[in-house]
Design a protein around this ligand. Structure first.
Ligand SMILES: Cc1cc2nc3c(=O)[nH]c(=O)nc-3n(C[C@H](O)[C@H](O)[C@H](O)COP(=O)(O)O)c2cc1C
Length: 384
């Protein structure tokens, strides 16, 4: 695995702790990854790395109000089935972290809530967990804390080129995963000081992966959205679901731009600023992908409340995922995560009541209006 040694995380201490060359380079790699994981948590928590001049475009979606819903609020059923698992509500805590002590605490809090409310949860990229048992613990804590919840393993598309099938199996076993998500993050790899913007060959690796493992493969973006054409190729590859992760929420160009500033990587920083808001807004990506494929769709990228979730279900999502708001809560306490998740469910129920949707199936059929740039884009899309 190639990691540049001239980035600012290179640790002399890790070097001295090891005796032979191979131990030394492994210890260095672990140290580099741990530091990067820590930065990847701290920057989104402490700095503003949300979309700047763009949005999810969900504000251009209006669900049609039903003044005569013919149902009582306590009849509303938010449960849904996705990839053969029954969830109490269409909510997944999106893939975020692992690989540092701080991540162990965050994953434990998130998993406890996923278990308590029967929601789904993804862990962050698990390459670090392959390197050492201590790092492995930061991921496996999720299964320990959530014996029954739907858990999603995670690996980068770029990493698929350098790890073995056995490694992938270890990643899945690490959290006894119900599914594995492969993340596609070309923008992040481009801006990341030690990134690997080398995407040639990843598609065939995904095809191979789907054929070789027995848990469902999900492919996700990390905040720039999935287009119709990519969705069609992924469906052809045999992927079971797509997590669109559109723009309008957390910007990974933003996170990596701030890291590039710290390491004085001037060109990376410049590109990070220019492409901060790059991507397909979540509502656009969702409409586009829903019309292109029949496989499962997870809507994510900038979803912040239960009304956003309701809109995404009405636009065609099977289930929704949120990352950054859960991270903010998890950094505080498990109770804060629990309170936020319960609020999302209440907001979703309120949206269902006001649209006359008794259950998630009915919510999928409610009428909506599109406006502004979303409508313009949709008309152009339909006429293509
Ligand atoms: C702190 C943090 C770490 C993340 N790490 C990963 C990761 O390791 N793997 C991955 O697939 N996505 C990762 N993501 C991306 C999220 O899963 C999600 O796609 C993205 O943040 C958009 O959702 P949001 O706007 O709700 O944050 C991370 C997001 C955050 C905020």
């Amino acid at each position: 695995m190639s990691e540049s040694k001239d980035n600012y995380y290179y640790s002399e201490e890790a070097d001295l702790a090891s005796t032979d060359d191979s131990n030394r380079s492994k210890a260095t790699e672990i140290e580099i990854i741990k530091n990067r994981k820590l930065e990847g948590l701290r920057i989104p928590l402490e700095k503003d790395v949300q979309a700047k001049d763009t949005s999810t475009y969900l504000e251009y979606v209006t669900l049609i109000h039903n003044a005569l819903p013919e149902l009582d609020i306590d009849e509303i059923d938010t449960s849904t089935t996705f990839l053969n698992h029954k969830f109490s509500a269409p909510i997944i805590i999106d893939s975020m972290t692992g690989g540092t002590d701080e991540a162990t605490v965050i994953n434990e809090r998130l998993a406890m809530v996923a278990e308590e409310l029967n929601l789904g949860m993804g862990v962050g990229s698990q390459r670090a967990g392959l390197l050492s048992d201590t790092l492995k613990e930061s991921y496996s804590i999720a299964r320990k804390s959530a014996p029954n919840a739907f858990l999603i393993a995670n690996i980068g598309g770029v990493q698929l080129k350098s790890i073995t099938l056995d490694d992938v199996k270890r990643i899945i076993e690490m959290i006894d995963a119900d599914a594995i998500a492969v993340h596609l993050n070309p923008l992040q790899e481009l801006i990341q000081p030690e990134g690997e913007p080398k995407f040639k060959g990843i598609y065939s690796k995904i095809v191979e992966l789907v054929k070789s493992i027995d848990v469902p493969v999900i492919v996700k973006e990390v905040g720039s959205g999935i287009s119709r054409d990519v969705a069609v190729r992924l469906e052809l590859a045999g992927v079971k679901a797509i997590n669109i992760a559109g723009s309008g929420g957390t910007s990974w160009a933003g996170v990596e731009k701030l890291r590039a500033d710290n390491s004085k990587a001037v060109m990376k920083s410049h590109l990070g600023e220019l492409f901060w808001d790059w991507g397909i807004p979540t509502a656009m990506s969702l409409l586009e992908v829903r019309r292109a494929v029949r496989i499962g769709i997870i809507a994510s990228g900038g979803l912040r409340n239960g009304l956003d979730i309701a809109k995404c279900i009405a636009l065609g999502a099977d289930i929704c995922a949120l990352a950054w708001p859960f991270l903010k809560c998890a950094a505080e306490s498990k109770e804060s995560v629990l309170e936020y998740a319960k609020m999302l469910i209440e907001e979703l129920k309120a949206s269902m009541f006001l649209t006359g949707a008794r259950d998630i199936k009915a919510l999928r059929r409610v009428r909506y209006n599109l406006q502004g740039p979303l409508l313009e884009w949709f008309r152009a899309y339909e006429s293509r």
